[in-house]
Design a binder for this molecule. Structure first.
Ligand code: ATP
Ligand code: MG
Length: 508
């Protein structure tokens, strides 16, 4: 008889299990042997594991893994991490005495992994420096420092109006297909100019969408400093539930070593739905809004792990960009309000702005960044200080003046300025702007160089500006924008605008 029949494998497995139990009796490890009472929908009710702990890793028949999600008096509910239907009622379960852990370390950089750290990109196992539990306590207040260093996203509307600081949690929220993922990916890509490590966690996304993110980072960013943790839509509910926690532990490895990390979670709405599904299946007590199991506490303790650490703790940081989806722009729904109250601000994406070709489709009125202002480079703050006010006033004026004609010159000037701001804030994907470009454009805007210029000219300016700023004598950017630097920057923009206008005129 061939040895690899299911029976032989099961026999092997049992022998190995008993071996471990025997070792445990010798004091090697505290484990136990239990039985599956019933199993359905990827949830196994297990009896006989009285010593089991929350989140303890369980080994089922045929090397299937699961973890403890809830504990009852005589039984426990375990979530199977990969379920192919071979685990049945009556089959034996081995407690491992260990909570669910993920491999962490620099060996993960550049890799695509599932939430347990198993490679999805190639057949080579990850070289782990260590293993960390998926749930770890957030740093205490005394271990933290104020958010004071910027995370440059390269996206002008964010860096100028809603700056993000290292250690901040900024929610990206909006309806379906409004550019949430794109903005997060642009922010990750721009870290090729920084020392930040990026962790992208995909929860319940289509495999094709995840592939596009990975390819975008590989083509434009710093893939060697990025880790992808993927539990796509087809992964088991257990894996999807674990993914963001695993991502945090993977990112914390860097935070705790004085390095800086950025974690994107795409997205927490799907994670909340998975949590709801598992909570219902394990009969957890009903919570608010038909969400059994306290999803607010779950997400709050997860996002609290993003922090800027004090210098005594090495001064590292972990910045989180969780993504959430809304239905018909409803920010007042249960999960959106939860997440808005947990984070330090939100970037709101709007369907109608997206439809009107404003990309990124950021709603300037509803978006806010609560702690990042202190981390914004002072030079940028100098030129961007008035931007949000000017733009908001323009949006109101635009509504008012839509039907009347404009006679007041002051109103005309405000509208011209507003249109220029709108053109500046429209930015294609993969077109990150570095600080000198951002400064040059905003200083030129302030000096009126861009008023009354058509949007396509401003788009062309954005394309040509990096090369123009790199030409000739480099313009040094210090901590403050001294008048000569400012003039030099504006002069180059002015020349470029004149050049583009002349070229357009010659073409016409
Ligand atoms: P989903 O809800 O499906 O996850 P999403 O909100 O994450 O969607 P994206 O997938 O990022 O949205 O973007 C939707 C579409 O908009 C994509 O085709 C993307 O290429 C396009 N897009 C996003 N941002 C920009 C931009 N700045 N310029 C041009 N196109 C953009
Ligand atoms: Mg998306």
């Amino acid at each position: 008889m061939p040895t690899d029949t299911p029976d032989a494998t099961a026999g092997d497995w049992l022998r190995r299990s008993r071996d471990v139990v025997a070792r445990a009796r010798l004091g090697v490890r505290s484990v136990g042997l239990g039985h599956v009472v019933r199993i359905a929908d990827g949830i196994a009710i297990v009896s006989g594991l009285a010593q089991a702990r929350m989140h303890e890793l369980l080994r089922f028949q045929h090397d299937h893994m699961g973890f403890v999600l809830s504990l009852d008096e005589d039984t426990l509910a375990a979530v199977l991490l990969d379920d192919d239907g071979s685990v049945e009622a009556g089959s034996e379960v081995l407690g491992t005495g260990e909570v669910l852990r993920v491999p962490v370390g620099p060996g993960l950089l550049g890799r695509v992994l599932d939430p347990l750290g198993r490679p999805l990109d190639r057949d080579e196992p990850v070289a782990a420096a260590d293993h960390l539990p998926i749930e770890r306590p957030a740093p205490a207040i005394i271990e933290r420092d104020l958010v004071s260093e910027p995370v440059a996203t390269g996206v002008l509307v964010i860096d100028a109006m809603f700056p993000i600081g290292r250690g901040q949690r900024e929610l990206l929220i909006g309806d379906r297909a409004t550019g949430k993922t794109s903005l997060a990916v642009d922010a990750m890509i721009n870290q090729k100019h920084s020392d930040m490590v990026c962790v992208y966690v995909s929860v319940g996304q289509r495999a094709h969408a995840v592939q596009q993110v990975i390819e975008a980072v590989r083509a434009h960013g710093a893939p060697e400093r990025t880790i992808f943790v993927v539990a796509s839509a087809s992964a088991s509910a257990g894996l999807q539930w674990v993914a963001p926690f695993a991502g945090f532990s993977i990112a914390e490895y860097f935070r705790d070593r004085g390095q800086h990390a950025l974690i994107v979670i795409d997205d927490l709405t799907k994670h909340a739905a998975t949590h709801r599904e598992l909570a219902l299946l394990t009969h957890q007590p009903a919570g608010r809004e038909a969400y059994p199991g306290d999803v607010f506490y779950l997400h709050a303790r997860m996002l609290e792990r993003a922090a800027k650490l004090s210098s005594a703790r090495g001064g590292g940081s972990l910045t989180a960009l969780p993504i959430a989806q809304t239905e018909a722009g409803n920010l007042a729904a249960y999960i959106p309000t939860n997440l808005i109250s947990i984070t330090d601000g939100q970037i709101v994406f709007d369907t109608s702005l997206f439809a009107a070709d404003q990309r990124p489709a950021v709603d300037v009125g509803l978006s806010v960044s609560r702690v990042g202002g202190k981390a914004q480079p002072p030079v940028l703050r100098e030129v961007a200080g008035q931007l949000r006010l000017q733009y908001s006033q323009f949006l109101e004026l635009e509504l008012f003046t839509r039907f009347g004609n404009l006679s007041d010159t002051r109103v005309k000037a405000q509208i011209a300025r507003g249109r220029a701001i709108r053109a500046l804030l429209t930015q294609p994907r993969f077109a990150a702007q570095q600080l000198p470009e951002q400064l040059a454009q905003l200083a030129a805007l302030d000096d009126g160089v861009l008023d009354d210029q058509p949007a396509d000219l401003i788009a062309e300016l954005r394309r040509q500006l990096p090369a123009r700023l790199a030409e000739g004598q480099p313009i040094p950017i210090g901590d403050a924008l001294d008048p000569s630097t400012r003039n030099a920057l504006v002069k180059r923009v002015r020349e470029l605008v004149a050049g583009i206008a002349a070229a357009k005129g010659a073409q016409a």
